[in-house]
Design a protein around this ligand. Structure first.
Ligand code: UDP
Length: 534
């Protein structure tokens, strides 16, 4: 087979040209100037914003990059819409979700208000068709509407574990390819987790092993940690789970690229502090520059002014520092960095509040001093912006060291991770192409005993890292994050339902707000693939 080897820069350039650049823009710098110029309120801010974006230390979520200064102006990635039980309400929500998708945002819904299938509906003797039938309609509608003309909308459909239709819901994505535009998640509460229905847990775990879905959300943990309990109970999240939000709330995200804060083998905490402050100003400005797709969304969002500052390039940073992902040192680094981001972001939000006022709903919140934003932190998946920045995504371990990536629908690129390639060069290792070939065909270099043990530990990939280590990492970040953490717990190919059930309990006890899994090679239609192990 002949592969076309592509560098990170080439992939980033292709993506920018296909989806982000406006007419007349020739590349990344033009985009950064446009976005910084639109979001900055004065020259000093414009320059600071441009600098952290140009240096690839920070990027806002895709809708901000695509729409800022374009005349469209919808800048947020995350939305939650309420779903009622009448046809009028359900289709009103469908219409609203189409408007949000068109503007570039993703939508989360809890469908539990919809009466179960088979119950009384409409005229006497009429039978309700249940939540899953409506999710299918939402899914089809999403397939038709491209986000801002550039990508398809993302959705998450949530159902409470005690809804009578929970089993058909859990099985609704059993066959690969169904509900293609939806992630699904079961909303479990503490009483279910304390005395679960083992049958339901088995079905959840069985589907996860088959196809990576459903995810699971922990309602009581989400609400115990809700920063504004006075506004009501949170029962839904945005599509990738990093933002638990109230009905009609939206949130804009931004991510610091931790890899860019390492210089000469040292992590630059001083630079990080400064960048956090700049990023918080940026994200708070986005709230006021945003053109909201619906009046209800504008009202709900301006009440809490939530922003979600997080990180990407975490594994790349660890590699540069020589720390294996599955190690106490990595957990320590994660805790230290994220607690600093949390405290600095709150500090900056407090300073902005002194000048511009606290968020209006602060009276119903847990905050004891004025802050501008009800939440400041979240960890996004950074699926696209990490490609633009050329770093590992979010807090995920590397998927592979040499792999094929399907990109922009039709193209397939062969990618060798640049830090891996560089390490092979600087280690003066003979037979670089043989090592890369093994990394592709086996998906790992663990079997290459000729390579030093610490080198192999440093370059362990996602499915070689135990599920406990994945969850421990998610939990350390969650401890310092106001919203939530988007993370996929990667399971090795041979995992079974017992592993999944153990992992769900472990994550719940660790205080996670939710969990998402993927068993390696369980989907045929995967974005990234390594060889077949031959
Ligand atoms: N999202 C979406 N459509 C997509 C990808 C993402 O609507 O195709 C939304 C979704 O709410 C997700 C959020 O954007 O949770 C953040 O995703 P990610 O960090 O991957 O977005 P990026 O900014 O990298 O495009």
């Amino acid at each position: 087979m002949v592969f076309i080897l592509r560098s990170y820069d080439e992939i980033s350039g292709d993506l920018l040209r296909a989806r982000y650049l406006l007419p007349g823009e020739s590349g990344y710098c033009d985009m950064c100037r446009r976005v910084a110029g639109y979001i900055g309120a004065c020259d000093e801010e414009k320059n600071e914003f441009e600098e952290i974006m140009l240096s690839k230390k920070f990027l806002p979520n895709s809708p901000t990059l695509m729409n800022a200064g374009s005349g469209k102006g919808q800048l947020s990635a995350c939305f939650v819409l309420p779903v009622g039980d009448s046809i009028r309400e359900i289709f009103e929500t469908l219409k609203n979700s189409a408007i949000i998708h068109k503007s570039g945002g993703g939508t989360g819904f809890n469908f539990s208000s919809i009466r179960p299938s088979g119950s009384q509906a409409g005229f006497p003797g009429g039978k309700a068709s249940g939540p899953v039938s409506f999710i299918k309609i939402f899914d089809s509608a999403t397939g038709v509407i491209k986000q801002g003309g550039r990508r398809r909308g993302a959705n998450i459909g949530i159902l409470d574990v005690d809804h009578p239709d929970i089993i058909p819901f859990i099985n609704s994505k059993r066959a690969e390819g169904r509900l293609r535009n939806f992630n699904i998640s079961v909303m479990a509460d503490d009483s279910f987790m304390r005395s679960p229905d083992d049958g339901i847990l088995e079905i959840i775990a069985g589907n996860i092993i088959r196809n990576g879905e459903p995810g699971i959300l922990f309602r009581d943990t989400v609400n115990r940690k809700n920063k504004v309990p006075g506004l009501g109970v949170i029962d839904a999240v945005n599509p990738c789970g990093e933002e638990p939000l109230l009905p009609f709330e939206s949130c804009n995200l931004g991510s610091l690229n931790l890899s860019e804060f390492v210089s000469s083998g040292e992590f630059r905490y001083d630079l990080l502090k400064k960048s956090v402050r700049t990023a918080v100003c940026f994200l708070d400005n986005v709230i006021d520059k945003n053109r909201y797709p619906l009046k209800e969304i504008e009202d709900a969002t301006l009440k809490t002014r939530k922003i979600g500052l997080g990180v990407m390039g975490f594994h790349d940073m660890l590699i540069k520092l020589g720390i294996p992902y599955e190690s106490p040192g990595a957990l320590q680094a994660a805790g230290g960095i994220m607690s600093l981001i949390e405290s600095e972001s709150v500090g900056e939000s407090r300073i902005i509040a002194e000048e511009k006022g606290a968020f209006p709903a602060i009276g119903g919140s847990i905050w004891e001093f004025p802050v501008r934003n009800a939440t400041t932190t979240a960890i996004a998946p950074t699926g696209s912006i990490s490609l633009i920045a050329g770093c590992s995504s979010g807090i995920e371990p590397l998927f592979g060291l040499a792999y094929l990536r399907r990109h922009l629908a039709s193209r397939e690129y062969f990618i060798v991770h640049p830090l891996f390639s560089k390490a092979l060069d600087s280690g003066f290792l003979k037979d670089k192409s043989g090592i890369i070939s093994e990394a592709y065909s086996k998906g790992s270099i663990s079997g290459l005993e000729s390579l030093p043990e610490d080198f192999r530990a440093l370059f362990k990939v996602a499915d070689e890292i135990g599920w406990k280590a994945h969850i421990d990492m998610q939990a350390v970040f969650q401890d310092h994050v106001h919203a939530a953490v988007s993370k996929t717990v990667m399971l090795p190919e041979h995992s079974g339902t017992d592993d999944v059930i153990d992992a769900i309990y472990y994550g719940w006890r660790k205080g996670l707000k939710g969990l998402t899994f993927y068993r390696n090679k369980s989907r045929r239609d995967a974005v990234m693939t390594t060889g077949d192990g031959c």
